[in-house]
Ligand binder design. Sequence first.
Ligand SMILES: NC(=O)c1ccc[n+]([C@@H]2O[C@H](COP(=O)([O-])OP(=O)(O)OC[C@H]3O[C@@H](n4cnc5c(N)ncnc54)[C@H](OP(=O)(O)O)[C@@H]3O)[C@@H](O)[C@H]2O)c1
Length: 365
Amino acid sequence: MSNLIEQGWPKPILDKNKLDRKARIAIRGAFGQLGTRLIGALGKQLDLEATIGLVRRDPTVELRGFAAVEGHPDLQLFTTDESELGALKDLGFNVGLWTNDHFRDVDLMIDTTPPGKGADFAYRSRENNKPIIVQSGERGFGRLVSPPLIAGGEGIIFEAGDCNVNAISVVGSALSGILTRVGVNILMQHGRFFHGRLRDEPVISTYFVSGKPTQEHLQHLFPILDLTVGNISQVPSLRYYTHNFVMETADLVDAGEVRDLLDKHPRIRCLPHATSTYDVREYDNILRAAGGARLPPIVPIIVQGGTPFQKSKTVEMIVTIDSRRITVLPNIDAARTLLWGVEPIESMRITDETMHFVKPPDEIK
Ligand SMILES: NC(=O)c1ccc[n+]([C@@H]2O[C@H](COP(=O)([O-])OP(=O)(O)OC[C@H]3O[C@@H](n4cnc5c(N)ncnc54)[C@H](OP(=O)(O)O)[C@@H]3O)[C@@H](O)[C@H]2O)c1
């Protein structure tokens, strides 16, 4: 395995040998859906913690805002907007006004605000020499990071991959040793006309006019692989996304070899008996029942089927992405690698374990 720098990751922000504390992370958009989940998930990490939340009085503040704060009483709250300060205080939040001095109190910023809200703050963070991961899907002003991969480039603004990129980077990296060409077609949700809150679940997902932007994004991660995103079909409110892979390999392979490569990689699970997202959901339910009240243990990237085929140089594969579970984890993987220099696949393994996204035991396979 090559070292971090050869893999394109920058020198770690912190020095493990000199610091005996967790890395401190500030979440911008801390009262949002992704922000609150991220705070909860960071609370389970041994080497990372959310110490600061940048918030505003969002429409669900009475629901998620209080829940986030009550669950994490040490989280310090700030707002960048002076006009919000009074309203947040009146609601009972202990909140201060964010100034540039506060950048010194954190090691990494993660911005989970919606598209269009991230660029100005990312530049401000950079001016204050603070690395930032931006989650909004806004493109073109940061360096793409989608563990285990990172795009080439410089700088301390990092753009997190979207749901599709975060899944394809994992599958592509697991199979990178055998692939020469990949085509992917995507079925996912969009939130263009449903942009708002449904049952306290905002549906913010980009409307793609074609697969080209995703393909261009992925090419930054796989510069030498012939990779085409053919088509993105979108329907509203779809929880499981489907990626249809058609791949060409350098040598003859069989289904078992492909499955082995995928199964030994964190975050992916092959389900030989699954033929649809319905089967994946049923399997998830079985695992949940078997796991009692624990967090659902199914990993967010499921490869369906695995019909045995003769050794071939063409492999077709259907991958189910659980859109509710794919997003939080790569932020944590990337934070651990950027902050402490943990090798990215190892970082993913640690995140999977701490969040109980483990491979299921043999008896319930
Ligand atoms: N949820 C997912 O599973 C998921 C998956 C993939 C990607 N993403 C991406 O992640 C981003 C956030 O998604 P989400 O579902 O978490 O949306 P969300 O629930 O609307 O959260 C965004 C939060 O940021 C707040 N905000 C906006 N401007 C702010 C500012 N200047 N300072 C502090 N907070 C501010 C929003 O408040 P207001 O409501 O008042 O504006 C809201 O509380 C989006 O770009 C989305 O595309 C989310």
